[in-house]
Design a protein around this ligand. Structure first.
Ligand code: ADP
Length: 533
């Protein structure tokens, strides 16, 4: 099959076959004499090809060959060959320039994966179609195959036939080239069925014998398309638009008497297609931005955790020093004892002590390693364990400032449903903020400072609080406290609280400033208790 795909050796043959089949199936011969069909899907096919720009001059050559073959095979040579050649060269020129302008000037990607791609397509195609329409009809008129008096209406018919075909077919082909793209939240099958039913119902409502003039109620075709576009984005919108367009053509064929107004119907369809495509593109763009934003947020959270670790490392160096020096002391003593031929039991005792101290150092290190691990999934977590670990991380720094850190957890606290690493991050952040607030007190600094970490079960959740007896948050700083990059510290990043809040909220909890006076601040957060998950 790859030989027939774009870029494959058999692609030109496949393209021409599909082109002629499509031209044949959709060619509805209309007066006046020259062969202009009121809906020209093949134009959508070659516009997609011109935008995809396969190697070299393949796209324009294939397009020209297809246009000529269509005229000769499907449309029965409406004019002598030279007229056809001139007309088709002009049509090709108009769309080749149009597609070049789209790609080169407006940087439109054939993947149509930005809102601007769709906007430029909807703007440039109608302009290029004016040139194509003039390019096609003028040679016929000059050669006498078209009355000049009929020229305006024929030119308009050509224009609208091409614009609607390109707007319905080209985005559909480009977006579904590699199967149905999934760019947004998944929607249920039932909803898809309801949407399909709505499109069909709108068409049935418009084109049925009870409606004397379908053109008066064409607006009923809009809501289903907007529904699809808003819920499923641009790729699905192209499907809805295409189905509606086919439905309108079939409806007009079925309900006799309105065929002569086709240009009017097509003009409404141009508006409908443009609306559906643009709404879909806006919705898809929003999904893309949301996805990018959450990627950035995850990245920020990682950076914040790393910077926190960097700061912690210096205090931890302190904590590591002690067991390491003690280990060295014990091993030196046992060495001397051995050299002096000392007692075996005494050596063993010294070596055991050395091993215990080394293990203590290893534990400190493994806590940092656990904290650096960044992937994770919520699980049932024992809060007391996490609190003990984080207190151990925060304590050296607190001690240095003369701050006491107390944990007050009830024995029978249920476990919480949270990602362990992220729980650590929230706890450590709140502890760090309290240490910072206490240490920055003018005068006595941290001396006499106390941080109290408590927890209690409330309504199927566990509420954790970190309270300090620092200066509290000034009244005018309470408002922006949780804003990204809000900080009052000279080297602060202002990421801690917003990231903690988003972590807690992602677990179904809440984080807030629970108490705030000049005698201290208390931050609380809730997380689901395991019994209630
Ligand atoms: P950062 O710690 O980088 O400044 P945060 O988002 O963690 O970022 O904190 C934002 C601001 O909130 C801090 O700069 C500080 O002014 C204030 N704040 C946070 N916790 C406390 C607290 N316990 N006491 C007083 N102010 C606090």
């Amino acid at each position: 099959m790859r030989r027939f795909a774009i870029g494959g050796r058999m692609f030109p043959v496949a393209f021409l076959a599909v082109y002629l089949a499509l031209d044949w199936a959709t060619f509805i011969h209309q007066a006046p004499a020259i062969n202009i069909t009121p809906w020209n899907p093949p134009a959508g096919l070659y516009m997609a090809l011109l935008l995809l720009r396969p190697r070299g001059a393949l796209a324009p050559i294939l397009t020209f060959v297809a246009l000529m073959a269509g005229d000769v095979v499907v449309r029965g040579m409406p004019a002598p060959l030279p007229v056809l050649v001139v007309a088709n060269v002009l049509v090709l020129g108009a769309y080749a320039v149009g597609s070049l302008v789209l790609v080169r000037r407006f940087a439109v990607s054939p993947a149509l994966d930005r809102l601007s791609d769709m906007v430029w397509l909807v703007v440039v195609v109608p302009v290029a179609a004016v040139a194509a329409s003039a390019g096609f009809t003028i040679p016929y008129a000059v050669a006498g195959f078209l009355e000049w008096s009929a020229f305006p209406s024929v030119a308009v018919q050509y224009w609208v036939g091409d614009v609607i075909a390109i707007l319905t077919v080209t985005p559909f082909l480009l977006l579904h080239r590699r199967g149905m793209p999934h760019d947004g939240p998944r929607r249920g099958r039932l909803e898809a069925l309801a949407q399909a039913a709505a499109v069909v119902a709108a068409l049935a409502l418009t084109f049925n014998p009870l409606v004397p003039d379908p053109s008066k109620i064409l607006y009923v075709l809009f809501p289903p398309i907007i529904w699809v576009a808003m819920r499923r984005g641009v790729a699905a919108a192209t499907v809805a638009v295409l189905v509606t367009q086919v439905g309108v053509v079939l409806g007009l064929l079925a309900v006799s008497g309105h065929w002569r107004d086709l240009t009017y119907y097509q003009a409404v369809m141009v508006a409908l297609a443009a609306t559906g495509l643009l709404v879909g593109a806006v919705v898809s763009e929003r999904w893309r931005l949301e996805a990018r934003l959450s990627e950035r947020q995850a990245e920020l959270a990682r950076v914040a955790r790393l910077s926190l670790i960097g700061e912690m490392a210096s205090s931890l160096a302190h904590e590591l020093n002690q067991p390491l020096f003690t280990t060295i002391g014990y091993t030196r003593s046992s060495l001397q004892l051995l050299l002096r031929g000392g007692e075996r039991d005494a050596v063993v005792d010294l070596m055991e002590r050395a091993a215990r101290e080394a293990e203590r150092a290893a534990q400190v290190l493994s806590r940092i390693r656990g904290f650096l691990r960044q992937d994770g999934m919520p699980a049932a977590v024992n809060l007391a364990g996490a609190v003990a670990d984080m207190l151990a991380l925060a304590r050296p720094d607190a001690n240095r400032h003369g701050i006491a850190v107390v944990a007050d957890l009830p024995q029978d606290l249920p476990r919480v449903w949270m990602d362990r690493v992220q729980l650590d991050q929230v706890l450590l952040n709140l502890l760090r903020n309290s240490v910072d607030a206490l240490a920055a007190r003018p005068g006595n600094g941290g001396a006499g400072g106390e941080i109290r970490l408590s927890a209690r079960p409330v309504d199927g959740k566990v509420e954790v609080s970190v309270a300090d007896n620092g200066p509290g948050v000034p009244e005018d700083k309470v408002g922006p406290l949780f804003d990204l990059f809000f900080t009052t510290k000279p080297s602060g990043m202002g990421l801690g609280l917003p990231i903690c809040r988003s972590i807690v909220e992602a677990h179904g909890g809440r984080l807030w400033l629970a108490a705030n006076t000049s005698g201290g601040a208390c931050f609380s957060f809730t997380v689901p208790a395991v019994e209630n998950v």
